[in-house]
Structure formats: structure tokens, C-alpha cells
Design a protein around this ligand. Structure first.
Ligand code: NI
Length: 209
């Protein structure tokens, strides 16, 4: 079991944009990969992590469920609180998903940036669990957002590709006054979303970021 390095943009863009291969058999090697992902995710203090982010192009991802978010007060009131839990998705398959909802997106592989994207409000996924059993999940609200982000990683898709406009992208700026957000377009007015909407990096470019 080992903490691994999380690959980031722009250096590892090619790998992070490569679709991962299905796991042929859930065995010892997959168990070790899951342990490494768990340790790496915990060390990073993140909420999800996919195998390609540690350089392994296999369809394995961790998703923390039960976190909820500020936009879900109504839903939270209707359902009893539950403890956040990290689940493993192996070879996940999206069975169906509901209309998108706008919300916060960020990624351990894209440090210093955050954005707003549309993600499904509800999503049904079939995947293998860590013992190789087929399980069906119904993700809702923030859980669906996190699961969709991680499954995207397995397709080589990053949250940057889900931006409708660059106006939805921000640098996270930390200084003595606290954390602030600086529009990406103010730093890089020359950058445009491509078609398909892929952001040409640089992601860095101002002091301290
Ligand atoms: Ni990510």
C-alpha cells in the first residue's frame, strides 16, 4: 500500500485525456490499485480519485458519497443524514441519467482552478465492487456530480471539457486575506474554448498560483 503521486495538468495532459481500459479480472493487482487510490485520496483530502490520475489507465475510481452540498438543503431535510463513505467503482457503466444541474467542479489533477459545470441530478450506474460483484447504484445530487466527474476521468474527459463558457472558470487565489476567485479570462483573455470545447492550457500564469 502506497501513496502515489497525483498527475496534474499541463504536464500529464496526454495521459489524463486517454480513455482507460476495463479491468479484466478483479484480483490481487486490482486490490493493490484500490489501496493505493484510497491512500492517495485520503492524503490529498479529496472527494474522488480515478486510476488514470495516478498513471494507471484502468477503469477504477473512488467516489465519496453522502457529503451533500449547500444547494441541497431541501433534499437533506427529506432524507436522514448519513456518514460519508468512499465507494469503489470498477468498470462503471451509466445506465441512465437525468437532466443536468449546474454546480461547482474542481479536480486534484487541475490544482488552482475551479469551475461551474452541468452534471446529472440523478444517475444510475452499474459497476463491480472491490470483490468483483456487480452492484447497481442510484446516485443523486452531489453524489451524482462526484460520480459523473470520476467516470469522466475513465473516458479521458476533464471538467474543463464540461465548461459551457470560460466565464465559468476561476483561479483560486490564496493570500493573507483568505481565499478569493479570479476569473480565468482576466488572466488569459487570449485563450478560447475549442470545438469540441477543450481548453488550451496554460492553467498557470500569475504569481503564486
Ligand atoms: Ni478530477
Amino acid at each position: 500500500m502506497a501513496e502515489r503521486t497525483i498527475l496534474t495538468l499541463p504536464k500529464h495532459e496526454k495521459l489524463l485525456r486517454t480513455p482507460s481500459k476495463p479491468v479484466a479480472r478483479v484480483g490481487q493487482r486490482t486490490a493493490r490499485l484500490i489501496e493505493d487510490l484510497e491512500e492517495t485520496l485520503a492524503a490529498a483530502g479529496g472527494i474522488g480519485l480515478a486510476a488514470p490520475q495516478i498513471g494507471v489507465l484502468e477503469r477504477v475510481a473512488l467516489v465519496t458519497i453522502g457529503l451533500g452540498d449547500d444547494d441541497e438543503e431541501e433534499e437533506a431535510a427529506a432524507t436522514p443524514p448519513r456518514e460519508p463513505e468512499v465507494i469503489v467503482l470498477i468498470n462503471p457503466e451509466i445506465l441512465d441519467e437525468e437532466e443536468g444541474v449546474r454546480g461547482y467542479d474542481g479536480c486534484l489533477s487541475i490544482p488552482g482552478l475551479q469551475g461551474y459545470t452541468e452534471r446529472p441530478r440523478r444517475m444510475r450506474v452499474r459497476a463491480l465492487d472491490r470483490s468483483g460483484e456487480s452492484v447497481e447504484y442510484l446516485f443523486e445530487g452531489y453524489d451524482a456530480r462526484v460520480a459523473a466527474h470520476e467516470i469522466d476521468h475513465l473516458e479521458g474527459i476533464l471538467f474543463l471539457d464540461r465548461l459551457a463558457t470560460l466565464e465559468d472558470l476561476y483561479y483560486i487565489v490564496e493570500d493573507e486575506e483568505g481565499v478569493g476567485f479570479l476569473p480565468y479570462t482576466e488572466v488569459h483573455p487570449e485563450v478560447e474554448l475549442g470545438d469540441p470545447p477543450r481548453l488550451a492550457l496554460p492553467t498557470r500564469g500569475i504569481a503564486g498560483l
